[in-house]
Design a binder for this molecule. Structure first.
Ligand code: GTP
Ligand code: MG
Length: 218
């Protein structure tokens, strides 16, 4: 599936003002600056659909995009960047928490991880929290153009091992570079499949990722 049509719908901090349609929704979340907005632009093939910046903290609100007239991509503020002011961090946290707690249309969440870094506590804790509120997720490694193949493999292996120690089942992993336009079609294909399941069942959450994963209590 290619994305033929993408349009910005609405931007706000109030979950009650998000679009009311009962169509599948896929949020992109992760640390500030990880490349959420860039990845949305890449997979929609539109340079300026979502606002990006070199400085962390660019996306401040919940941004809804309608894709192919039938589903939503959502760009969210990032979490946990040390240069953000405390007030901003708190604001972002509040927006993110209420979005995930209240938004019933979410089919699957994409958590973005910078491929250069070792597993970060804040990401691992976020995964655990999402699971505790029964939201399925998978992981997207970003900025793969910044590493050699060898280091990429090493980092992903290490991440997988970390996840294996924490979870009964390791979530699906994708590797992307928005700069080099790599790894986008696999994500779009997955969304297409989930949208088809949704159409057949008309039931939110009936997807393979909803087998409740268990976090190991270490
Ligand atoms: P916030 O909205 O601040 O939370 O950030 P974000 O996660 O939306 O990140 P954004 O897409 O704004 O990108 C942050 C910076 O990373 C920008 O300078 C992008 O150009 C850069 N960037 C994003 N994706 C890639 C990538 O795949 N490769 C490289 N080299 N740079 C990237
Ligand atoms: Mg952003």
């Amino acid at each position: 599936m290619s994305i033929k049509l993408s349009e910005f719908l609405v931007s706000n901090s109030d979950i009650e003002k998000c679009p009311k349609d009962n169509i599948p929704e896929y949020p992109f979340i992760g640390r500030s600056n990880v490349g959420k907005s860039s990845l949305i632009n890449f997979i929609c093939n539109k340079k300026k659909l979502a606002k990006t910046s070199r400085k962390p903290g660019k996306t401040e609100l919940i941004n809804h995009f309608k894709i192919n007239n039938s589903w939503h991509l959502v760009d969210l503020p990032g979490y946990g960047y040390s240069v953000s002011s405390k007030t901003k961090k708190k604001q972002f946290q509040k927006i993110i928490t209420s979005y995930f707690k209240k938004r019933k249309q979410i089919i699957l969440t994409f958590i973005l991880i910078d491929i250069r870094h070792k597993p970060q506590k804040i990401d691992l804790e976020f995964m655990r929290w999402l699971n505790s509120i029964k939201i399925p997720f998978c992981l997207i490694f970003t900025k793969s153009d910044k590493l050699t193949n060898k280091t990429k493999i090493k980092n992903i292996d290490f991440y997988k091992k970390t996840l294996e120690n924490l979870w009964e089942e390791v979530p699906s992993l994708f590797i992307t570079s928005s700069l080099k336009k790599e790894g986008g079609s696999e994500i779009v294909e997955l969304i297409k499949k989930l949208n088809e399941d949704f159409k057949k069942n008309q039931t939110i959450f009936l997807n393979p990722f909803f087998r409740q994963n268990s976090h190991k209590n270490l």
